[in-house]
Design a protein around this ligand. Structure first.
Ligand SMILES: Cc1cc2nc3c(=O)[nH]c(=O)nc-3n(C[C@H](O)[C@H](O)[C@H](O)COP(=O)(O)OP(=O)(O)OC[C@H]3O[C@@H](n4cnc5c(N)ncnc54)[C@H](O)[C@@H]3O)c2cc1C
Length: 468
């Protein structure tokens, strides 16, 4: 009996990989891509999996880099995106960079040639019709307006962000807690809180004035006109607030009220930078109100002027771009399925991951979930110790929602990074505890070794090898 097809909407990084994975599992797929019938503000060709900006898949180091690990897990899973990337590699040091046209053509050809895949070039104007009982929406950050509006209606008015100024996220273990301290403003406990939910970094008057000046002087990225959408939730970039007057920040996100420096209780801070826990593991903290369009290098330089953040490492820097993504932690189940509409999954950047590789990885996982469901097989999510699982977990459940700022959206797109993984025991070397850089490298190696072993087990690779 001929199987009913799975419909994949959007032939970008995620949709291409989702279609490939499902078809390779034996499920027929109809892939709907609107280009060239309708274009986007960033795509330039009608090729599938077009890279809209850089041609880099970032680090290919699977031992000590989280995106390199994701490459390795995708290769183990028979990823089309990685196969086409590897076949079209151009020299880029430790990074995997690709010839963008050769890459996109290779993906397009492989999908066109697959006997179980049919590609239709059409815009899907709204939510999938009821007769498409299984579908994946992978329409990316530049989802066509008709579908974006339909998703907004299905998921609730405030559930779809159209444009964002995003704030940086810091690795907790790089914050100097001899300078910073835990405290909620006025020790407020709030829902699910302890009264010590924020990390606070104090500034005296001179430090504050120098910091505001650095924000004003710092080099900014140009704001592309095609993104002429208003600021989401009125969340202004920090440097725009600084332009409004030297005291503006001290009365806004940097206000010192209700906070007492635990290390120097008699010294009243002139201003305070607050960081809020960003993931359930407590390994990542976001800088509250610090959305910015400063250039990346400038952000690192300027934000390290903040007492306590002198050695901060950033899991993600702030930025400003149009981005259509749903509030996944509230809307999706652990298999990327819309809770309100079983059978409808989301994949790629629209789920709130960030980057080519991450988008393709979430397409891979969504394609496998949909195929397993169609074939009546068990839906086993990847373990949270794998890069697949860590990213999936962040999207569908690991993120902490900001309950103390009603109406504000705290779930923000995120690259894969080691802060999303459950902690691992760092092995001692010759009976000695490691410190500093050695410890950090050993920790990364332990995380990636555990991830690859668990990924192989999830994919049943050892069993398959034994059976062959
Ligand atoms: C301007 C910009 C620059 C970026 N630069 C980088 C970068 O340099 N490096 C990086 O790693 N990431 C970058 N990203 C982030 C992100 O990784 C990429 O956007 C990535 O392509 C996302 O993959 P995706 O599959 O989710 O979406 P896309 O690759 O955008 O694929 C979505 C597809 O859906 C199609 N589509 C949309 N609506 C419909 C519809 N209604 N019906 C049918 N088809 C539809 C689109 O035409 C598109 O082909 C950038 C994003 C933007 C917006």
């Amino acid at each position: 009996m001929k199987q009913t097809p799975l419909h994949v909407i959007g032939g970008g990084l995620a949709g291409s990989e989702a279609a490939w994975q499902a078809a390779e599992a034996g499920v027929p797929v109809v892939l709907h891509e609107m280009r060239p019938v309708r274009g986007t503000d960033a795509h330039k060709t009608d090729g599938l999996a077009e890279l809209v900006c850089s041609n880099s898949f970032r680090s290919d180091d699977a031992e000590t880099n989280a995106v390199g690990l994701l490459h390795a897990e995708m290769r183990l899973s028979g990823s089309l995106i990685m196969r086409a990337g590897d076949a079209n590699q151009v020299p880029a040091g430790g990074a995997l960079a690709v010839d963008r046209d050769g890459f996109s053509q290779a993906v397009t050809r492989a999908l066109e040639d697959h006997p179980l895949i049919e590609i239709t070039r059409e815009e899907v104007p709204g939510l999938p019709p009821a007769e498409w009982d299984q579908a994946i929406i992978a329409t990316g950050p530049l989802t066509a307006p008709g579908l974006a509006e339909a998703i907004r209606r299905e998921t609730g008015a405030e559930a779809l962000a159209f444009f964002d100024a995003i704030a940086p996220i810091v690795h907790f273990d790089t914050i100097d807690m001899d300078v910073a301290w835990f405290q909620s403003r006025y020790d407020k406990v709030g829902p699910g809180g302890t009264g010590k939910d924020y990390i606070n970094c104090p500034m005296d008057k001179d430090t504050y004035l120098a910091f505001v000046q650095a924000l004003l002087d710092g080099e900014k990225t140009a704001f592309k006109e095609w993104e002429g959408t208003p600021y989401f939730d009125g969340c202004l970039p920090i440097e725009v607030m600084a332009e409004r007057g030297v005291e503006t920040l001290r009365h806004g996100p940097m206000k010192p009220m209700g906070l007492t420096n635990a290390h120097k209780p008699d010294e009243k801070p002139y201003a305070v930078v607050q960081l809020r826990q960003d993931n359930a593991l407590g390994t990542l903290y976001n800088m509250v109100g610090f959305q910015t369009k400063l250039k990346y290098g400038e952000q690192v330089r300027v934000f390290r002027m903040i007492p306590g953040l002198e050695n901060a490492e950033f899991a993600r820097l702030g930025g400003l771009h149009r981005n259509t993504y749903i509030n996944s932690p509230a809307l999706l189940d652990g298999t990327l399925q819309l809770k309100s509409r079983p059978g409808l999954r989301f994949a790629g950047q629209i789920t709130g991951c960030e980057g080519y590789v991450e988008s393709a990885a979430m397409g891979l996982v969504a394609g496998r979930f949909a195929a397993a469901e169609r074939l009546g097989r068990a839906l086993t999510p990847p373990p949270p110790t794998t890069a697949f699982g860590a990213l999936l977990n962040h999207i569908t459940g690991g993120h902490i929602l900001a309950e103390d700022e009603p109406g504000k959206r705290s779930f923000q797109p995120m690259n894969v990074n080691f802060g999303l993984f459950p902690p691992v025991e760092v092995p001692k070397q010759e009976g000695k505890r490691l410190r500093g850089k050695e410890k950090s490298a050993a920790k990364k190696r332990a995380l990636t070794a555990r991830a690859l072993a668990d990924c192989r087990a999830w994919l049943g690779i050892a069993e398959k090898e034994a059976a062959e």
